[in-house]
Design a protein around this ligand. Structure first.
Ligand code: SF4
Length: 292
């Protein structure tokens, strides 16, 4: 009797084991099932093109892409010629600029903004001003990513790829970002807000924040703001028709992102476009843009 019970129990266990084994085998079989997908090249070519067209077309309607007036992120550009093209309203010579990196940067900004909105809700008070619009001077506005009232610090997020991250690690962020932060500081001060510190937070696009983020902070400096705005006014005030090739240009890697960069241009620079700096002509393009 006891043996019969034992046998029955063993049989039940064996059946259960068999059922489980079959189920697991089924999972393996599903994973091994041949895919009905189209050949990779054919599938990805059409889809990738359609997605890019859709994304870039949507981006072309964004405030960032449609901005025509010089903004705080451009005032400190090392290239006076590029600023001149912008202030006199020269149409871009390039229609092929890939704004995907900028789209990613904008998306990250939106996400970070939501994090701090939630933080304000948790605190039950508005410690942080988020994506706060400021007026640097009449006709020049900008958006401060974050202002912390508790520490009187203005933050500016930058999302960058590995190559740019390495370059900032050795040379620091470019002048135009330092000037941009100073202009935001002026805008906040114009509202009567105290600014003790300005911080550029460089976030890695392809690494852990704690491993690779860089934070560059500095004090507000009215002289930098005044000198930068005076330089811009000088550039804007040049007589109409001033030849572009006499306006100083800085040979820099960022020519590749300049809307007036035309490497095949017949002359160094004219009213339509610019051949760019020496470095730009040698360099192979990569997707290492940084988001303003
Ligand atoms: S292509 Fe380069 S050198 Fe020419 S205007 Fe643009 S940033 Fe300046």
């Amino acid at each position: 009797m006891t043996d019969a019970v034992t046998d029955a129990a063993q049989q039940v266990a064996a059946d259960k084991g068999k059922v489980l084994e079959d189920r697991l085998a089924g999972l393996r079989k599903t994973a091994d099932r041949p895919s009905p997908a189209l050949p990779l090249a054919k599938q990805t070519f059409g889809l990738a093109n359609a997605l890019e067209d859709l994304f870039l077309s949507a981006d072309s309607q964004s405030d960032r892409s449609r901005q025509r007036a010089i903004g705080p992120s451009e005032v400190g550009d090392d290239c006076a010629r590029r600023l001149r093209y912008k202030v006199i309203g020269t149409p871009p010579v390039r229609q092929d600029q890939d704004s995907w990196a900028a789209i990613l940067g904008t998306s990250a900004h939106l996400w970070i903004a939501e994090v701090f909105r939630q933080r304000n809700r948790t605190l039950g008070r508005e410690r942080y001003l988020i994506e706060h619009r400021v007026t640097v001077r009449p006709g020049m506005t900008g958006q401060v990513d974050l202002y912390d009232k508790a520490t009187a610090t203005a933050y500016d997020w930058k999302l960058v790829g590995p190559e740019t991250l390495r370059s900032y690690g050795t040379q620091g962020p470019p002048n135009r970002y330092l000037v941009q932060g100073q202009l935001y500081g002026r805008g906040l001060q114009n509202e009567g807000l105290e600014v003790r510190k300005i911080a550029i937070v460089v976030l890695p696009r392809a690494a852990k924040i704690r491993d690779k983020a860089q934070i560059w902070s500095y004090a507000p400096d009215q002289d930098v703001v005044d000198a930068s705005l005076a330089r811009l006014d000088e550039i804007a005030g040049l007589p109409a028709g001033t030849p572009m090739d006499v306006i100083p240009a800085t040979a820099q890697s960022e020519c590749r992102w300049c809307p007036w960069f035309d490497p095949g241009h017949a002359v160094e620079a004219d009213e339509r476009g610019c051949r760019g700096g020496h470095f730009a002509r040698r360099r192979k393009d990569t997707c290492e843009d940084l988001i303003a």
